[in-house]
Design a protein around this ligand. Structure first.
Ligand SMILES: [Zn+2]
Length: 431
């Protein structure tokens, strides 16, 4: 394997910030320091005016394989992720068949072996995502699975949830992640229940559906001493519960999506299904509360919930369309635009939310670590002040459902280095 030298950047990781070149050899970071000598034949990557950071880590993506390869595959999904600066992703298990046993998990991991970013998977909590009988969590854990969730659906039965939380404490590093929406409260709903849903005449999904499940789960997780993670948190009420639980030592973490920090239910006014998601876009007061929760550390991670849908499946009336949107290629720029450009957070904190903190939530020890010699070389080089306009048609995904189409964003990925190999150079896939 040949060498790569990243020249002239500002290195930012958990340990702080310094100007340094980074030399990568045989998949590992070999040297970090000013004005390094480049070995003969090394690939030179320009980081002038840019930031060199640990590769980003997206702990919630839907790559649709197996079952809906027309919407996305592990390969196309991983390409988009790499273009977005991600060197690791965790695929949600709501595929067809679902990732509820070792054989299916193994098959998807196999598909990810040659992908341009590390592909990890979450396993189902229950068999067939039916919410009844526990899936073989131990067997999946043996394959390296650390995140368990029935995402797409909530584990609604409190007894099943309690058993899963209790069982998970016997599996080192395991976390039970919940799509927190009480199915009875959201039944028949298509957007956030509030002023806009009544104005538009679209049945709503109330914030209480999320808040009540999070409240219940926090009680169960605390009693079990288990690790619990709230996927795509969307309400002020749930953020307040997580803040209180953390303060009393509950082992809880939470993530928020870039869209839930940016868009509100008002976006649904045109009945455009591109703005339909689960959980739904909420009120401005929720967006403000989630932003405050990101700033004060209540929220650990920004995760995209990248949910591709083939164009024809979204080209239907709002109420018939599946929920979800693309996220991996725009996440960093949306976060920089919303949080850094507005002065709410420094860039280093946004990188923490997109790299080392999510890596820790999902137990991905190879990722998000400090940029020092001897660590695996999963890196991204980003230009934090470059502006660009999102063109949904030119994204790497097989799908086109981006609500940020046409938006001008700040922050651009220049290079992505995964397993020591430059997979994106100057914003272009290398293979
Ligand atoms: Zn979900």
């Amino acid at each position: 394997m040949s060498a790569v030298i990243i020249r002239g950047g500002r290195v930012i990781d958990e340990r702080g910030e310094r100007a340094a070149d980074v030399l990568v050899r045989d998949g590992m970071i070999a040297e970090v320091g000013p004005k390094l000598d480049a070995p003969a034949g090394a690939t030179m990557l320009d980081a002038d005016g840019a930031v060199v950071a640990p590769g980003l880590v997206d702990i919630q993506v839907h790559f649709r394989e197996p079952g809906r390869e027309d919407s996305e595959t592990v390969d196309t999904g991983a390409r988009g992720a790499a273009l977005g600066g991600f060197t690791a992703v965790v695929c949600m298990p709501n595929t067809n068949p679902p990732l509820d046993d070792a054989a299916v998990v193994q098959a998807v991991l196999e598909r990810g072996r040659l992908a341009p970013c590390d592909v990890h998977v979450a396993g189902c909590i229950t068999r067939g995502r039916q919410g009844k009988e526990l899936a073989p969590l131990g067997e999946m854990h043996d394959l390296g699975v650390r995140v368990f969730t029935d995402d797409g659906d909530c584990v609604a039965d409190a007894a099943v949830m309690r058993r899963a939380l209790e069982y998970s404490t016997a599996l080192p590093g395991a976390v039970i992640a919940q799509h927190a929406e009480d199915p009875a409260l959201v039944a028949g709903g298509h957007m956030h229940e509030g002023e806009w849903s009544s104005r538009l005449g679209i049945p709503g999904r109330p914030a209480e559906a999320e808040i009540t499940i999070v409240a219940r789960d926090l009680v169960l997780a605390e009693r079990a001493g288990a690790r619990y993670h709230v996927l795509h948190m969307s309400t002020a009420g749930a953020a307040a519960l997580v803040r209180d639980a953390k303060a009393r030592g509950v082992r809880v973490t939470a993530e928020v999506s870039p869209q839930h920090l940016t868009l509100t239910d008002a976006a649904c006014a045109g009945f455009d299904p591109v703005f339909k998601m689960n959980p739904p876009l909420r009120a401005q007061s929720d967006v403000d509360a989630l932003t405050a929760a990101v700033v004060d550390g209540t929220i650990d991670a920004i995760a995209t919930d990248h949910a591709p849908h083939a164009p024809e499946t979204k080209a239907v009336p709002f109420e018939e369309a599946p929920p979800g949107m693309l996220g991996t290629e725009t996440a960093l720029a949306v976060a920089i635009t919303q949080l850094v450009e507005t002065g709410k957070l420094p860039l280093a904190s946004v990188l923490a939310l997109l790299s080392w903190q999510p890596a820790r939530v999902a137990g991905l020890a190879e990722h998000g670590g400090p940029i020092v010699a001897g660590r695996p070389a999963h890196l991204c080089v980003i230009d934090p002040s470059a502006t660009w306009i999102v063109d949904a048609q030119s994204l790497a995904s097989r799908s086109r459902n981006s609500p940020f189409d046409g938006w001008k964003l700040t922050g651009r990925v220049r290079h992505t280095i995964c397993r020591g190999e430059p997979v994106v150079i100057d914003g272009t896939m290398e293979r």
